[in-house]
Design a protein around this ligand. Structure first.
Ligand code: DGL
Length: 251
């Protein structure tokens, strides 16, 4: 069984890609929305939450775990790997590499949480793949709250997005890397706002979820974990479950 967790519904944007290539597996999804957002929390806090959730998922039968949260990956995946040595963990990595390879303006914009942008894991990825391009970063301020409250479109969503997106576009970015798994739910609005700010610039959003899904499949093949016994999913959340059920329903 594939365990997936996030601070909220964001990980469903990763699950959506996983299910496309692993349609006949059993899944368990945990939304830690009682403790969301993770973005401004300390590393220690996130490690504690990640440990507790991992224990829960394993207890329910998960034999591989996707940390479908950039912030939790950056803060906690090494601690999880050290503690649960019999389980493979798949984490998120901001897609700077493909963005740097395809930018035409030479500027790649990254939207992520504060926790992700200051973590060593992210800084190493940036250093490794950003040669020859400029990286412009901004916290997606208020984005997680928009997604957790189901406000994906409309005036509030647009003005919230504009505030964090404009600085990246003003620096010349034409690739926007989504470094938080909540943000893909806002993709349409992000593109619409980008087109208002920079009409004529060919802007693309880069989401790492399809690459993460492929990595999961590769590891499951190696570990002989693919069972193909028919699709099933159990959804759990630490807080109010309505947004999780609603978002899942929309998928
Ligand atoms: N979905 C998350 C991420 O990928 C966490 C967002 C948050 O809780 O602040 O970073």
């Amino acid at each position: 069984m594939i365990g997936i967790f996030d601070s909220g519904v964001g990980g469903l944007s990763v699950f959506r890609e996983i299910r496309k290539i692993l349609p006949d597996e059993k899944y368990i999804y945990y939304s830690d929305n009682a403790h969301c957002p993770y973005g401004e929390k300390t590393r220690e806090y996130i490690v504690r939450r990640a440990r507790e959730i991992t224990g829960f998922l394993i207890g329910k039968g998960a034999d591989i775990i996707v940390v479908a949260c950039n912030t939790a990956t950056a803060a906690a995946i090494s601690a999880l790997r050290d503690e649960y040595t019999h389980i493979r963990f798949i984490g998120m990595e901001p897609a700077i590499k493909p963005a740097a390879a395809s930018t035409r303006t030479g500027v790649v914009g990254v939207l992520a949480t504060a926790g992700t942008l200051k973590a060593d894991k992210y800084l190493n990825t940036r250093e490794k793949y950003s040669e020859g391009v400029q990286i412009a970063e901004h916290v997606g301020k208020g984005f997680v709250e928009l997604v957790e409250s189901g406000h994906l479109k409309g005036e509030t969503a647009e003005s919230t997005i504009r505030e964090s997106l404009k600085p990246l576009l003003d620096m010349g970015a034409d690739r926007i890397v989504l470094g938080c798994t909540h943000y893909p739910f806002l993709s349409e609005t992000i593109l619409a706002v980008a087109a208002q700010i920079c009409p004529g610039r060919e802007i693309q959003i880069i989401d790492p979820a399809p690459a993460v899904a492929k990595q999961l499949m590769k590891v499951m093949q190696e570990e002989k974990l693919i069972k193909k016994e028919g699709f099933e999913i159990s959804l759990f959340s630490s807080g109010d479950a309505s947004i999780l059920n609603e978002t899942y329903g929309r998928l």
